[in-house]
Each structure stands twice: as structure tokens, then as C-alpha cells.
Write a protein that binds this ligand. Structure first.
Ligand code: HEC
Length: 130
């Protein structure tokens, strides 16, 4: 009887140990799943970028500086060509006007009303001037 109880005790001990080990493995697996999901969410977040000169935010799609007049420039200047062409161009106000007139004469760019043109030129002069 005594030895039967001892075997039963050892048996119970092994079972409890197994349950603990399986529980621990499961817990670790869940924890690493959560950690991986968090890492993926972190990586998917678009990185906010800033213009080093003005400290203003860059639009995540056009990469243009989101300063005064930005929405007008996005609306009027981002349809025909990549905005890279604008970002890499450096011109004073008169030269920007020349570029616009050239696109209007040669490339099918529409004429702007004077308020819109003013807004665009001031934006370009301020943020992509030289
Ligand atoms: C109707 C289409 C159209 C729109 C809208 C447009 N562009 Fe252009 N733009 C062009 C074309 C076409 C070119 C020539 C592209 C090439 O050479 O690959 C060009 C070229 C340019 C260049 C390069 C000029 C050079 O001499 O190299 C700049 C800078 C530019 N565009 C700025 C702008 C800005 C700023 C606006 C908004 C006011 C704008 N574009 C809107 C069609 C357009």
C-alpha cells in the first residue's frame, strides 16, 4: 500500500511537471507572437519626415514641404510628373514663373487665375527658391 501511494505520488508529480512545461512553452509562444505583431505594426507605420531647413513636415506621398500654399501646389503640380522634378529644381521667383510659362506654352499646363499663381509662386520661392 505504501509503495502504491509512492508510485501514485511520483506519477502525479510527473503530470504536474508536464502541465507546467507545456504551459510555459505555450506562454512563451504567445508572447513572441505578440512581440512579432507589435514589431510588424511598428515597421508599417509611415515615417514622418521633415525638411531640414525649415523644420516643416514633408507630405508622405509627394515629399513636398507642407508649408503655406502646399494644398494648392499639390492640386496643380502633382498630376503630370513626379514631384521629384519640383523638389530638385532650384529657381528664384522669376525663374519659377518662366518654368510655369514654359509648361503652359509647351506642355499643356493650364492658365491659373492670379490668386492661384501668386500662391504657387510664393510657395515655390519660399521652399524651393535659391
Ligand atoms: C499639364 C501637365 C503638367 C502640370 C500640371 C505641371 N507640369 Fe511641370 N512639367 C510638365 C512636363 C510635360 C514637363 C517636362 C517633363 C520632362 O521633361 O520630363 C514639366 C517639367 C517641369 C519642371 C522641369 C523644368 C525644366 O526646365 O527642367 C519643373 C520644375 C516643373 N515641371 C514644375 C511644375 C510645377 C511647379 C507645377 C505646378 C505649377 C507643374 N510643373 C505642373 C507638365 C506639367
Amino acid at each position: 500500500m505504501n509503495s502504491f501511494l509512492r508510485v501514485l505520488g511520483q506519477f502525479a508529480f510527473v503530470i504536474i511537471l508536464d502541465v507546467l512545461v507545456v504551459g510555459l512553452i505555450y506562454y512563451e509562444a504567445e508572447r513572441s507572437k505578440v512581440a512579432q505583431a507589435n514589431a510588424r505594426a511598428e515597421a508599417a507605420k509611415p515615417v514622418t519626415m521633415f525638411d531640414p531647413r525649415t523644420g516643416l513636415e514633408l507630405n508622405h506621398r509627394t515629399r513636398l514641404i507642407m508649408g503655406d500654399g502646399y494644398p494648392v501646389v499639390e492640386r496643380e503640380c502633382a498630376q503630370c510628373h513626379p514631384t521629384q522634378i519640383i523638389r530638385s529644381y532650384r529657381a528664384n521667383r522669376a525663374e519659377w514663373l518662366d518654368a510655369i510659362r514654359w509648361m503652359q506654352a509647351e506642355k499643356g499646363l493650364k492658365k491659373f487665375d492670379s490668386k492661384t499663381e501668386e500662391t504657387i509662386l510664393t510657395y515655390l520661392e519660399n521652399y524651393y527658391g535659391r
